[in-house]
Design a protein around this ligand. Structure first.
Ligand SMILES: N[C@@H](CCC(=O)N[C@@H](CS)C(=O)NCC(=O)O)C(=O)O
Length: 269
């Protein structure tokens, strides 16, 4: 049985103050896939400090271990429940969810892993996670407590990330700091590499990772860019109001053109 409007897939997400509530790179990956494939879903909003208890109750597994060195399990969004699989199925972790949705709904078009591309796509993500995530966190993470919807969530974020970094979150990636400059250099070098790889796809005209349509790598990148739109006043020398304001002008504006391909897939259900 497939998910229907009456019995949709449930996506667990963390609310922000934005009108759409959705903000996170990880949850946008899943949401973009659901929207792109046109799969019926609805969102359950969960505050950071409540995720663990709610997920244990629902039987959702942890996605890994916490980054604080404690060895404790880390329960994370995005997670989904598909109530219409042969038996209700829970899946956590954005790449695992991407593969689940492709495999559980084999007849649903478009595909995010066109034939023969899954390995290459997952390898690309494996290779580029360490390229983008550390600098992106330096550039964007300190803004997160300002945009989360509830004070409990903001407090949880501030505390847990301060422990993970071993220093106050707000001191990370300060405007004008060497740390911020280095993070920008790394992030920009990553984008140059990605542009080079995209340009090698003969069918895609430099617009897509593979073929001439959106696939999972494109979604992964788009989700990163959506996250970078979080308001941020730490690049005043270039008049940027967010990290995205800087990114959209890089590589001759190709990322701004790239993001237009996602205009139809930004709904929050
Ligand atoms: N590798 C995971 C990462 C998920 C992740 O870190 N999610 C964050 C929100 S963006 C979370 O739920 N954190 C819970 C916490 O910090 O307690 C994925 O791609 O799904």
């Amino acid at each position: 049985m497939a998910a229907t409007k009456e019995n949709p897939i449930i996506l667990y997400d963390i609310p922000s103050k934005f009108e759409s509530k959705c903000w996170s790179v990880n949850m946008w990956k899943t949401r973009l896939i659901l929207n792109y494939k046109g799969l019926p879903y609805r969102t359950e909003w969960v505050s950071y400090p409540d995720i663990q208890a709610i997920f244990i109750n629902l039987g959702i597994e942890p996605s890994g271990l916490k980054a604080d060195g404690s060895g404790r399990p880390h329960y994370t969004c995005p997670s989904i429940i598909d109530p219409t699989a042969p038996k209700p199925t829970t899946v956590t972790e954005s790449s695992a969810i991407a593969q689940y949705l492709e495999d559980a709904y084999p007849d649903v078009q478009p595909k995010i892993f066109p034939d023969g591309t899954r390995e290459a796509q997952l390898q690309f993500i494996k290779d580029f996670l360490p390229v983008f995530v550390p600098p992106a966190c330096t550039l964007i993470l300190p803004q997160m407590p300002n945009i989360l919807l509830d004070p409990r969530g903001s407090e949880y974020f501030e505390q847990t990330r301060t422990v993970n970094y071993g220093r106050p979150l707000q001191g990370i990636g300060l405007a004008g700091s060497e740390e911020r400059k280095k993070a920008w250099e790394e992030f920009k070098a990553g984008l140059d590499k990605v542009a080079e790889i995209y340009d090698k796809n003969p069918e895609g005209n430099g617009e897509y990772f593979t073929g001439n349509a959106i696939s999972f790598v494109d979604i992964w990148l788009a989700a990163l860019f959506i996250w970078s739109k979080v308001p941020c006043d730490r690049d005043p020398e270039v008049g940027a109001k967010s990290v995205w304001d800087v990114i959209e002008k890089l590589n001759d504006g190709r990322w701004a053109r790239f993001m237009r391909k996602f205009d139809d897939y930004l709904q929050v259900m």
